[in-house]
Design a protein around this ligand. Structure first.
Ligand code: C2E
Ligand code: MG
Ligand code: MG
Ligand code: MG
Length: 291
């Protein structure tokens, strides 16, 4: 009986594995097709200053499959990284985002910045700097308006080639930020050595503000450290007014989150950003204020 069960377990394990593999290969194929057919989509989430004005937008990749469904990044980014498809995908997202931002900025009296997520694999590939320079030239977006969001892991690996690339990107006039800060293993020494201007405080801390003592301490410490190092802090995942108030009082430079604005497709994001130009349009808090 036990032997029988064991056999079945083994067979089920194989069946499941091949299902997982099939899904993965299928996603990989879809991703490849989406890239080749220029079908990667970019959504945009605004970043606000403490006064409630949009100062930048973050580009977020979306994959449109053959059925026309939008697939979120959690599903395809890991596969893109494993297969190296992240390199052409990242380039397509960067190009589309810069094109969009360049066009929107032509209609704005005050330029808005753009941040684009970059995977460590793209940095290790060694061509990122050339790609960025080419895309900026093609789209006419000013380098000073572009920020690349990097993760701690790639920065801390201490690759000389990566450091060199970061310096070259910095020399282009592009800004660099550390995404999801506090979830990795950044050291103060490394932070100081890197040409990074901004830290994005991870959503996991922000979501527990202002009542969880640990997150309060961590957020305050990150803000104090950033101030001492001359870095700006962007709080991500701001969902409530209490979180916003705490962060603004604590001296955060920018806020981002569903409470202020969710990611939008290119068309909606354009309208959202342009609406700021109208003097009468006060920015609305998305969630109902708690009485
Ligand atoms: P991220 O760069 O930290 O982006 C923020 C993610 O949190 C986005 O999810 C956004 O929709 C979500 N978010 C923003 N505000 C809130 C909030 O208030 N509450 C909650 N619960 N979530 C919020 P998304 O678009 O699914 O992206 C997930 C991750 O995928 C990104 O995290 C980033 O690491 C990666 N990613 C997205 N686009 C790209 C890309 O073009 N290239 C690379 N390499 N990675 C990307
Ligand atoms: Mg990001
Ligand atoms: Mg982030
Ligand atoms: Mg995050």
């Amino acid at each position: 009986q036990a032997k029988q069960a064991g056999k079945n377990t083994v067979r089920m394990f194989h069946a499941n594995m091949s299902e997982v593999l099939k899904t993965k290969v299928n996603l990989e194929n879809q991703l490849h097709d989406a890239i080749v057919n220029d079908r990667m989509e970019v959504h945009f989430q605004p970043r606000f200053n403490p006064q409630g004005q949009i100062c930048a937008v973050e580009a977020l990749a979306r994959m449109r499959n053959e059925e026309g469904d939008l697939i979120p990044p959690v599903e395809f980014i890991p596969i893109a990284e494993e297969t190296g498809l992240i390199v052409p995908m990242g380039e397509q997202v960067l190009r589309k985002a810069c094109q969009w931002m360049s066009l929107v900025n032509q209609q704005l009296s005050h330029a808005v910045g753009l941040s684009v997520n970059v995977s460590g694999i793209q940095l290790l590939d060694g061509k990122l700097c050339n790609t960025v320079a080419t895309v900026l030239e093609e789209t006419g977006l000013s380098p000073a308006l572009l920020e690349l969001e990097l993760t701690e892991t790639v920065l801390m690996q201490n690759h000389l080639a990566v450091q060199d690339d970061l310096m070259r990107l910095h020399a282009l006039g592009v800004n660099l930020s550390i995404d999801d800060f506090g979830t990795g293993y950044s050291s103060l020494a490394m932070l100081h050595k890197m040409p990074v201007q901004t830290i994005k405080l991870d959503r996991s801390f922000v979501s527990e503000l202002p009542n969880k003592p640990d997150s309060v301490i961590i957020s305050r410490t990150v803000l104090a450290m950033a101030r001492a190092l001359g870095l700006g802090v962007v709080a991500e995942g701001v969902e409530t007014e209490d979180q916003r108030d705490f962060l603004v009082e604590s001296g955060v430079a920018e806020l981002q989150g569903f409470g202020l604005a969710k990611p939008m497709n290119a068309q909606d994001a354009r309208q959202f950003v342009l609406a700021q130009e109208l003097p009468a349009t006060a920015l609305q808090w998305v969630t109902k204020p708690s009485a």
